[in-house]
Structure formats: C-alpha cells, structure tokens
Design a protein around this ligand. Structure first.
Ligand code: 5GP
Length: 112
C-alpha cells in the first residue's frame, strides 16, 4: 500500500479538502507555498510515465479537480501552479501519482 493509499484509507491522518469517488485532495505536510495541496487518484498509478491510455479520464479529472480546488481556496484569479514530479530528477519522492497545487504567492520560474 502506498503512503497516499493509506491516507485515502484514513490509516494516516491528513487535512483533506476534497473527495469524490476517484480523487482525494489534502494539504501537503511540508507546504512550499501558502496553498499547497496534493490531488491524488484513489487508484494508485505509480507515476505519470506509467499511466496508460485507459487512465486518460482519471488524469483529466485530477487536473479539473485541482482547478476547482484553486477556486475554492481563493487562488484561481491570482494564479497558481500545478506540478507533477516524475522520477529522480523530477523530484518524485512518493510513488503514487499526485498533482501539486501551489499558490498564494508569486512563484518563481524556472524551478531550481
Ligand atoms: P513528490 O516529491 O513525490 O512530488 O511529492 C510528495 C509530497 O508529499 C511532498 O511535497 C511531501 O511534503 C508530501 N508528503 C510526504 N509525506 C506526507 C504525509 O504523510 N502527509 C502529507 N499530507 N503529505 C506528505
């Protein structure tokens, strides 16, 4: 079971901000911005590089869910960033696909 599957199963506590049948969203334990929320599929896909065409609808739902949460968090108009880290150089540390929703301050580009 992945760390995020344990959060989905409520075996590990998290500050959950949204849930539906396919997705769960909760605040990152180590926030990098005033708003830092992780949107995860309940069904674990290890990383985006391992997603398959059958996952297309679920991947779309993750983005739409993140955009919806950006609105509810009040950062949709000011701007926000969605990040998917993939593999070692990408900064992936949890092997369960997740979209980072970051906002609430001006974010630098490019990332370091
Ligand atoms: P990654 O580096 O894989 O893209 O992102 C993993 C994220 O999960 C990190 O931002 C990290 O702070 C967050 N994280 C790791 N463990 C926990 C946890 O137990 N609870 C929560 N809410 N976030 C976690």
């Amino acid at each position: 079971m992945t760390l995020f599957e344990k959060i989905v199963a409520r075996e590990i506590p998290a500050d959950i901000v949204f849930e539906d049948g396919d997705c769960l969203a909760f605040r990152d334990i180590s926030p990098k911005a005033p708003v830092h929320i992780l949107v995860v599929p309940k069904r674990a896909i290890p990383r985006v590089a391992e997603a398959v065409p059958e996952d297309a609808a679920l991947l779309g739902r993750l983005l739409l869910t993140a955009a919806r949460i950006a609105k509810s968090e009040g950062i949709s108009d000011s701007g926000f960033r969605l990040v998917v880290n993939n593999g070692g150089d990408g900064g992936e540390t949890v092997t369960h696909l997740h979209v980072h929703l970051l906002g609430g301050r001006a974010l630098g580009w490019p990332p370091g």
